[in-house]
Ligand binder design. Sequence first.
Ligand code: 6LW
Length: 494
Amino acid sequence: MRTYDNPVIPGFHPDPSVCRVGDDYYLVCSSFEYVPGLPLFHSRDLVHWRQLGNVLDRPGQLPLPLPGSTASRGLYAPTIRYHDGRFRVICTNVTAGGNFLVTAERPEGPWSDPVWIDLPGIDPDLAWEEDGTCWAASTSPGIHLTRIDPDRGEVLEGPFPTWSGTGLKWPEAPHLYRIGDWWYLMIAEGGTERAHSVSIARSRRPDGPFEACPDNPLLTHAGSHSPIQNTGHADLVQGPDGSWWALLLGVRPRGGTPGWHPLGRETYLTPVSWVDDWPVIAEVPVELPDLPWELHPWPAEPTREDFDGPLPPQWLSVRDRPAARVSTDRRPGWLTLRARDDHFDDTFTGLRQQHHAVRARTRLDTTDGTGGLAVRLDDEHAYTVEADGRHVRVRSHLGGQHTVVAEHELPHHDVVLRIETAPAADRGPRTGPDALALGHERPDGTFAALATLDGRYLTTEVAGGFTGRVIGLYAADGTAHFDWFELRPTGQDD
Ligand code: 6LW
C-alpha cells in the first residue's frame, strides 16, 4: 500500500482554507508580515499541492508595504470560496484596514483590488444560501454572523453573536456550510497552542439558533502521544469520490520538555466520516492511507534558485519588496540586495524552512557591500552568517540583543556561506529541537562551521507569534550580490 506524508504542505503554512471546483482544489494560508501575501495552492488529489502564486502580489492591492506591520501582524486567516463563477478570498489585515474581499475569475489571477468590508474581528468566512444571500461569520471575540453584499462590501444585517463553542478560550476560525438539510458552523477553540481543537454546531437555518454537537470537541490532539500537536483551524472538503476530508493546521514539536516547533504551523489532511448527520474528524495521521482516486503528483520543486528571472512565488520578503532594494534585474543572473540600515529585515528575502534537517548555501559577492544568510523566526529571533570581504561573522539576534558569536578572517570577495540544521546531539529533557551550524565553505567545498547554536530560540514557543522559520538572504551594508541559493533537506530528520 502506498502512503502519503502529513503534513501535505510542510513549513509555515497556517490557517488553511480550501475550495473545490470540479476536479480541482485550491487552498490559501495566512502570511502575516510577509509579502507577497496569501500563498495559493492547487491540487487534484488533496495530497499533492503546488503553489500557483499569491493572492496579494501587487503593491496596489493591500496597499503594500503592509503598513507598519510588526511580526505576526498583517494578514490573518483567509477563507477561499468559489461562487457564481468567481473565486473569492476574504481576509483580515490586522495592521491596517481590517476585513477585505478580493475576487478572480481564475485562481492564477489576476486577483482584484480589495473591497473593504466592516466586519467585526478576524477570521472572516463566506457562505451563500441558494437564493444568493451571503453570510460572513467572523471572530470578534466570540463568533458573529453578518449578512453582507460581497460585491459591494456592504453590511446588510448584523453583526450578531452566534454559537461560540463549548466554553474553551478563543473561539475562532468559523466556517459555515450547507450540507444536506443542515447548516453547520465549525470553529476552532482552545487557542492555537497545545489545547487547539475543532468543534461544531448545526441548525436548519444559516443564522441559527445552533445546537452543539454532543461529541465536541470533534478533534483535539491535546495530551495525546501524537507527534502532530496544536491541531485545529479546519476547513471541510469532499474528495474526488465524494468522501469527506478536513484540511487543518498542526505543528511538530521536537526536543525535550515542553517541546518546540521550528517550522511553524503546517497544513495537514485528515479523513472525516458522518454519524447521525454529525461529522467525525479522525485523529490526524502521520501517514495518510492509499487513496481510492487517481493521484496527481507535481514535479518536485527545485532546491536551487539561480536568479535568472523574477523571484518565484514561494519567495518571501518582510513587509515590503521595493525594486530599489531587492532586484534580479540589476545584475542579470544575480539577486542584488541594497541595505537601508544594518537590520537583516530590510532586505531579507527567502524561503520557508519545510524540513527539520536542511542545508542552506549561497554564493555571495561582497565587492560592493556586506551580505549574509539568515534563519529568521521574526525580527528579534534570527541567526545570521555574513561576510564583508575581510571577515565572516556569525550573529545572533535574540530578544533585542544583537551579538557577534564568532568571527573569522576571510579576505575574499567571493564566498560561499552555509547553514545546516540537524537534530540536537543529546536527547535530554532540556534539549532543544535542533542545532544550527553557521559558517562558510573552504575552497575544497568542505564546511567550516564557525558556531553551532541552539534552535529553540528560533521557535514559536520562545519567540511567540504565529509564523515559522524562513531561510534567506540579506544585505547589511551597501549592496550584496548573490549568484545562487540552495535549500535542501539533508534527510537526517524530516
Ligand atoms: C488565526 C486564528 C488562529 O486568526 O490563529 O489557529 C490566528 N488559529 O484563527 C492566526 O493564525
